[in-house]
Write a protein that binds this ligand. Structure first.
Ligand code: GLY
Length: 404
């Protein structure tokens, strides 16, 4: 266990800046190791999880050049059943964890070629994925468009409801003795080259032996963090729709269905409670979280091409959130070059999937000062000395133009 220094009386062993799912799981797991933990966030349980669809898509979201990240994604997916069971047990909450699998389909020959390449990459990476004809896809999911040309059946890519996950993590933290400061951290305190907690807008000091910056897309904006330590995180906007499947239509879809339509990813995630989440745009527009007619139109258009019956369903919600993008699409976990400051941020498209492994990795790092083996490639130190060119978004990043 990490030895306590002699902090002020109000100080904790660990102060987590950011109460989204990544900050909360870090706090919960650290408290489970016997550390005194506080979280500072104006609205714990909020953040990108309120928008995310909750796909646990280690296999279907595999991208070229991300094989290292794949290892962490697969490891987190492996830990999910036990993690979800433990969290449900600790809180009495139903997390909407559903081992339903995913079907990734192709609508035209370009999509099919793309999916064939993905299938090759999956097989070379040792992942379980089965090629199906269009007819076999429709046999599994009868609501699919007649024009579906083929698909990949991935029985290991599941889903969870991120809103319920966030709510349960708040309760789990409270039960584990985590203290919540419902306020915005204004500035990191650095004393004699060591992070010592944060200062709030009203001047209140929250002292800590170890501070974890887990503020999602805002992680690169905390004042007081030295420039060479500030994480290279940028906001990547995602717009998402929620529809409801009325009882007579159920089951509309029995598993997550996804496709790349004209170069854009679209996915439909059916929950057991009748909610159907359609996502998501991926837009590099800074801090903008406007839901646009263009974004909603594109999602509905692409989802309708996949599953024409979707137009019959009530549209119950539209929303937009910001993924914490990183230069290599992978998270930054563990100690930084500033003593006393850890990061748990930059999870980009995989925050929900990486929640279990992030909690374990951060608890290990906070108690030992070291990263466990599986997290070594994700040290924030990999960006030490990086230039603006090396910090640019990866070329594979899909960018949606702002609608005119
Ligand atoms: N992982 C899904 C998304 O980021 O849209």
């Amino acid at each position: 266990m990490h030895s306590r220094t002699t902090p002020p009386s109000a100080a904790s062993d660990v102060l987590v800046v950011g109460g989204g799912i990544i900050g909360l799981v870090t706090a919960w797991r650290a408290a489970g190791r016997g550390l005194s933990v506080a979280v500072v966030d104006p609205a714990p349980g909020g953040g990108a999880a309120q928008v995310a669809a909750g796909m646990l898509a280690a296999v279907t979201e595999l991208h070229y050049g991300e094989q290292t990240l794949l290892g962490l994604n697969v490891e987190s997916a492996r830990r999910y059943p036990a993690f979800a069971a433990e969290l449900a047990e600790a809180t009495g909450h139903d997390l909407g964890y559903r081992a339903c699998g995913t079907l990734a389909v192709a609508l035209d020959s370009d999509d099919r070629a793309h999916l064939r390449e993905l299938h090759d990459l999956q097989r070379r990476s040792g992942l379980a994925s089965e090629w199906l004809t269009g007819r076999e896809c429709r046999r599994l999911e009868p609501m699919l468009a007649p024009g579906v040309r083929g698909g990949l059946r991935v029985d290991g890519d599941h889903q969870i409801d991120p809103r319920r996950l966030a709510g349960a993590l708040v309760v789990a933290c409270e039960r584990a003795g985590v203290v919540f400061h419902r306020a915005m951290a204004e500035r990191l305190s650095v004393v004699r080259d060591r992070a010592r907690g944060v200062v709030l807008a009203d001047g209140t000091e929250l002292g800590a032996d170890l501070t974890v910056l887990a503020a999602g897309s805002l992680s690169g904006r905390l004042a007081g963090v030295p420039d060479d330590v500030l994480p290279p995180v940028r906001p990547v906007k995602g717009q998402v729709l929620r529809l409801t499947v009325p009882k007579p239509y159920a089951p509309f879809l029995s598993r997550t269905v996804r496709a790349v339509v004209r170069g854009s990813h679209v996915y439909l995630v059916p929950r057991e409670n009748g909610e159907l989440v359609v996502g998501a745009t991926s837009e590099e527009l800074g801090w903008d979280t406007t839901v646009t007619a263009g974004g909603v139109y594109e999602l509905l258009r692409d989802a309708h091409e996949l599953v024409p019956g979707i137009t019959e369903l009530p549209l119950t919600e539209t929303c937009a959130g910001l993924r914490p993008g990183s230069p290599d699409n992978a998270p930054m976990l563990g100690p930084t070059r500033l003593a006393g400051l850890h990061l748990a941020t930059g999870h980009h498209r995989n925050g929900v999937l990486l929640t279990p492994v992030t909690g374990d990795v951060m608890a290990h790092a906070l108690t030992t000062g070291e990263l466990p083996e599986e997290a070594l490639p994700f040290t924030p130190r990999r960006f030490d000395g990086a230039t603006p060119e090396t910090l640019a978004p990866p070329r594979t990043q899909h960018v949606t133009e702002q609608p005119a």
